[in-house]
Write a protein of this length. Structure first.
Length: 277
């Protein structure tokens, strides 16, 4: 079994990730279950420029689309609302939607870069408190920008010990060592493998323990074949996870990374039982 706990749907900016692409990619590359968030909640581009309001959707709109997608693909998809802490707030409607769809809601997704807001800001804290109220984890993009720096996530993990945090990418654009050290130190802090070199994943498992790292990919950010080839037509790094990695860690560690950790962490057992397989 393979669970991808970091995938997406939605089309905005240069992101072209229609729902059909995710399902097709999962079927093609043997992904049994994916947790996705809708990138159409992005409010800023990569340079911090506000996206045209005509292109933006509210956090409730994108969450509703994600919910529909999951309901139409039972046993294959769970969702995270991609929230918008810069322009929006925790609303009664959002709370009600989570409550009504808790069975398919795996966590809260925050993208500090595309929200152009620091992860340790008061606005983001409101969503962390929301996650805590539902006993949901928080998945956040981490990278080498001020908004998404690993130190801010570490700070919030210390401040909210009852909330589990996942450092998406374990510091995208870095050598991952800072994130790995923080995950090692903080009990409620975890990492995923989205665009993480295989060697860093091996180091993370060695330093943090096999229970702290989960398989995630950003699929299908580069199209249906994100897990097979990169945009240049070269072999995707995820092929190393499917193949070479098996020789570098134990079978037990590999199973934990690829599905057992996510199964337990996100409480997916009942959802996966609904699979029509």
């Amino acid at each position: 079994m393979i669970i991808d706990m970091h995938s997406h749907i939605g089309c905005i900016m240069n992101f072209k990730m229609p729902k059909e692409n995710l399902i097709e990619s999962m079927n093609k590359y043997g992904i049994d279950f994916s947790i996705c968030s809708n990138c159409e909640s992005a409010a800023f581009d990569h340079a911090g420029k506000t996206l045209p309001y005509t292109e933006q959707k509210s956090q409730e709109e994108t969450y509703a689309e994600s919910i529909s997608f999951a309901r139409n693909n039972p046993g294959k998809i769970a969702v995270m609302p991609w929230v918008k802490p810069h322009y929006e707030k925790v609303t009664p409607k959002l709370v009600a939607m989570i409550k009504e769809n808790l069975d398919i809601t795996a966590g809260i997704k925050i993208h500090p870069v595309h929200s152009f807001i620091n992860f340790n800001s008061p606005q983001v804290e409101e969503y962390i408190k929301l996650a805590e109220s539902f006993n949901l984890p928080v998945l956040t993009h981490t990278g080498n920008s001020l908004e998404s720096c690993c130190a801010s996530v570490y700070e919030m993990a210390q401040k909210y010990p009852k909330v589990n945090f996942v450092m998406g990418h374990m510091g995208l654009g870095t050598d991952n060592t800072e994130a790995i050290e923080m995950i090692k130190k903080q009990k409620n802090l975890y990492g995923d493998t989205a665009w993480v070199p295989m060697e860093s994943a091996v180091l993370a498992i060695k330093e943090c323990g096999a229970d702290k790292i989960m398989f995630g990919t950003d699929n299908p950010i580069d199209g249906v074949d994100t897990l097979g080839t990169n945009p240049k037509g070269e072999r995707s790094l995820y092929q190393q996870y499917f193949n070479e990695l098996k020789e570098l860690i134990t079978p037990e560690e590999y199973e934990k990374l690829m599905y057992k950790n996510a199964l337990k962490f996100f409480k997916l057992e009942k959802l996966i039982e609904k699979s029509p397989q």
